[in-house]
Ligand binder design. Structure first.
Ligand SMILES: [Zn+2]
Length: 63
């Protein structure tokens, strides 16, 4: 499982930075501060290219 901080995204509840957490099967967003989880679709327009790239290139061969 890999994690990446998304500096331009803010938690809808506490306004702190959120992380994108992804493995080969799923991707979700996690608030570093309050632990709230969000779907990718909640932040669709705010996720940067580099992150999309990492999400789309994730593979299952490294568990
Ligand atoms: Zn939060």
């Amino acid at each position: 499982m890999r994690k990446r901080v998304l500096k331009n995204l803010k938690c809808k509840y506490c306004k702190n930075h959120i992380l994108v957490v992804f493995s080969c099967r799923y991707v979700y967003l996690l608030c570093n501060e309050c632990g709230a989880e969000f779907k990718i679709s909640d932040y669709l327009d705010e996720i940067d290219e580099e992150t999309w790239d990492m999400i789309s290139r994730r593979s299952c061969d490294r568990a």
